[in-house]
Write a protein that binds this ligand. Structure first.
Ligand SMILES: [Cu+2]
Length: 177
């Protein structure tokens, strides 16, 4: 009888932790529980003064003979909380820009640029890169989200000038310092 009670106690102790792990991992699978979806929360991170850079990423812009305009790389994974300095080189014959935003924000600004084709962006999340020159943009990726980087000069996004940034909380940084 004593042995039976001990076994029962152990069985209960083993069962309930297993049950609570299942319950919490079930909550974790809810796709709408991310902080960046809280209304009023800035989803894309924030400008950085550049005093401490976690990672430098080189981005090249080139134009192909068949008329494409491309960012290389066009897909970047970043660890949440990182301060990243983008060093963008424009090897093309045309002037370009690097605009960082949520997918919704990019769509809104693209429409605005179509209506005001001579306007240049002058905001912390964008930089222009004249032909043959380099430019830098430093950004703190404080939120776990997906972003687009894009050139919003009319026709350029359509010619291929866009890429994606995925901000993870479980990614080892590729380089420090
Ligand atoms: Cu462009």
């Amino acid at each position: 009888m004593i042995n039976f009670l001990r076994i029962s106690t152990i069985a209960v102790a083993l069962f309930f932790p297993a049950f609570s792990v299942d319950a919490s991992s079930g909550r974790g699978q809810q796709p709408h529980a991310r902080t960046f979806e809280v209304p009023g929360h800035d989803p894309i991170g924030k400008p950085s003064d550049g005093s401490s850079i976690d990672r430098m990423i080189e981005v090249f812009i080139r134009e192909t003979e068949s008329g494409y305009m491309l960012f290389e790389p066009d897909a970047i994974q970043i660890e949440r909380g990182s301060v990243v300095r983008f060093a963008i080189s424009n090897a093309g014959a045309l002037d370009h820009e690097f605009f960082l935003g949520s997918f919704d924000e990019v769509a809104e600004h693209q429409q605005w640029m179509r209506e005001h084709p001579d306007m240049q962006h002058d905001s912390a999340n964008s930089v222009s890169i004249p032909s043959g020159q380099n430019a830098e943009l430093t950004w703190e990726f404080s939120d776990m989200t997906n972003l687009e980087f894009v050139c919003l000069i009319p026709g350029h996004r359509e010619a291929g000038m866009w890429g994606v940034i995925i901000v993870h909380d479980h990614l080892a940084p590729k380089s420090k310092g």
